[in-house]
Design a protein around this ligand. Structure first.
Ligand code: CA
Ligand code: CU
Length: 304
């Protein structure tokens, strides 16, 4: 299916030069540097469960989480982990050591996009929530089917800033202007106390929070979003020799040597006491084989 004309569910982001990254937060965001991007179309909201279901019906696509991993790809992995499964957030119900993310992330057999919290969960009442538990191969297949692409990190960040170059947040410099919640994040002490002051404990239906300056919803919070860039620390690109590459995106401690993409935007799990990544400059590395209960995506279309 080719994209003839972007529909009303996409908006045009004018190209230009903007300040990407930040010198005031996590090291992987620095240094702030000027980047020039051509104009492009981008989805107004993240791809929903209903939209992903249409793609699966049309193509028969089976997601990464629904397939058993090949033992050859995961040397040393315990056999009981080589089953269809995905990564689910579980509220431990009490304070835990924040240095160990296994205190709230669990690898759950049977978790997939139709069962985002595990086999007993369902998306039946969540057609308008962002699809989650999708790995890179899944989102790339969706984009190809839709005649679109995944955004580069620079495209994504330019779109997220909504015309407010250099601002802290996608809506300005205050987290809660006039006391309002502008995105679905985490209030309270992560990971055990979710005060839900913004109205949502987990994902929210798309479009429930105010749009940014370009008319885009949920660029910040709700779910992290895949981008097409191989992960590299900004600092390496600026002080080192090399352009980002698939091989250099691999965490040297990872025995399976899974390459990593950049994900952006933060999620409903981002909390002041743990992860202040509800900002346009924030970024994290995500292994391409791994979907989670707080990671989704949206697409772009380029050219006239
Ligand atoms: Ca929330
Ligand atoms: Cu976070």
């Amino acid at each position: 299916m080719a994209l003839a004309q972007p529909g009303p569910d996409m908006v045009w982001v004018p190209g230009g030069t903007f300040l990407m990254g930040s010198d005031h937060h996590y090291p992987e965001e620095a240094p702030a540097h000027e980047v020039t991007v051509d104009g492009f179309w981008i989805d107004r909201h993240t791809v929903t469960n209903a939209e992903f279901a249409r793609f699966v019906r049309a193509t028969g696509h089976v997601t990464v989480a629904e397939r058993a991993p090949d033992p050859a790809d995961y040397p040393g992995a315990r056999p009981e982990l080589l089953v269809p499964a995905s990564t689910v957030f579980r509220n431990p119900g009490h304070p835990v050591d924040l240095g160990n993310h296994y205190n709230w992330w669990t690898y759950v057999p049977g978790a997939d996009w139709r069962h985002p919290q595990g086999p007993a969960s369902s998306i039946r009442k969540k057609p308008d929530h962002p699809v989650v538990q999708v790995a890179w191969a899944d989102v790339a297949a969706y984009a190809a089917w839709a005649g679109k692409h995944l955004p580069t990190e620079a495209e994504w960040e330019l779109a997220c800033r909504g015309g407010l170059d250099g601002a802290e947040f996608a809506w300005g410099d205050e987290l809660n202007p006039d006391g309002r919640w502008m995105a679905n994040t985490w209030q309270g002490e992560f990971p055990h106390q979710n005060l839900e002051l913004d109205g949502y404990a987990g994902t929210a239906p798309v479009g429930r929070f105010p749009a940014n300056g370009y008319g885009l919803h949920d660029m910040i919070g709700n779910v992290w979003e895949w981008t097409s860039d191989w992960y590299q620390a900004h600092g390496d690109a600026h002080h080192g020799c090399c352009a980002p590459s698939r091989d250099r995106s691999i965490d040297p401690r990872d025995r399976a040597a899974i390459p990593r993409k950049v994900m952006k935007g933060g999620s409903h799990l981002c909390a002041p006491n743990y992860c202040r990544r509800y900002r346009p400059a924030a970024r994290m590395a995500q292994p391409v084989d791994t979907g989670t209960s707080h990671l989704g995506f949206r697409c772009v279309a380029r050219g006239p």
